[in-house]
Design a protein around this ligand. Structure first.
Ligand SMILES: [Fe+2]
Ligand SMILES: [Fe+2]
Length: 185
């Protein structure tokens, strides 16, 4: 982690990542690690701008939702654990309105097993994550997506292409100050 310039999106995630990575027990570059979080963030910012979502919540979801996974396969309780973790960071690492914190916790808690939700910010969080399923060989199906922009063929193709080729977003270095090569091998 370095003191890179502030990110261009809505929230400085570096203090959050610092705490998240202290405890993250899986490979940083694994299927549910930093590169996935960065693509989820970019998916979420794209979809969320169109949907009118709360982008602070979407950004925090991106770096927190898989942060408490204990393996790369079946770990159905990692969403609820992430929700509890998010709550513990409130007032320490970030300061959300009470309603925003509830959205973040609900999005983290339900992201593995719930399909749809009436709130547009939670919809965006889940879409952002599902649009990245190509990294594990699954093309996202519109029936499992919530927002109209995520369900567009063009959006699915764009996100699925990046996920399938394991595209590494520039923001990891530029905004988060994380130099991935140091984590390789
Ligand atoms: Fe997850
Ligand atoms: Fe995920």
């Amino acid at each position: 982690m370095t003191d890179a310039p502030l990110p261009h999106n809505t929230l400085d995630l570096r203090p959050v990542l610092k705490v998240v990575l202290q405890d993250y027990s899986l490979p940083f570059t694994g299927d549910h690690g930093i590169i996935h979080w960065a693509r989820v963030l970019e998916n979420g910012l794209l979809v969320g701008r169109h949907a009118g979502a709360n982008l602070r919540v979407v950004s925090l979801f991106a770096v927190l939702h898989d942060s408490k996974r204990m393996n790369e396969y079946a770990d159905p309780a990692h969403g609820p654990r992430a929700a509890l973790f998010a709550e513990s960071l409130q007032g320490q690492v970030f300061e959300l309105e009470a309603a925003e914190l509830e959205l973040l916790k609900t999005a983290c808690r339900g992201h593995t097993h719930e399909k749809h939700h009436p709130d547009v910010t939670i919809q965006t969080c889940w879409d952002a994550d599902r649009l990245d399923l190509g990294r594990v060989g699954i093309t996202p199906h519109p029936n499992y997506l919530n927002t109209s922009h995520a369900r567009l063929k063009e959006t699915i193709q764009w996100a699925d292409g990046r996920a399938s080729m394991r595209f590494i977003p520039e923001l990891i270095q530029k905004d988060w100050g994380i130099d991935l090569p140091e984590f390789r091998g």
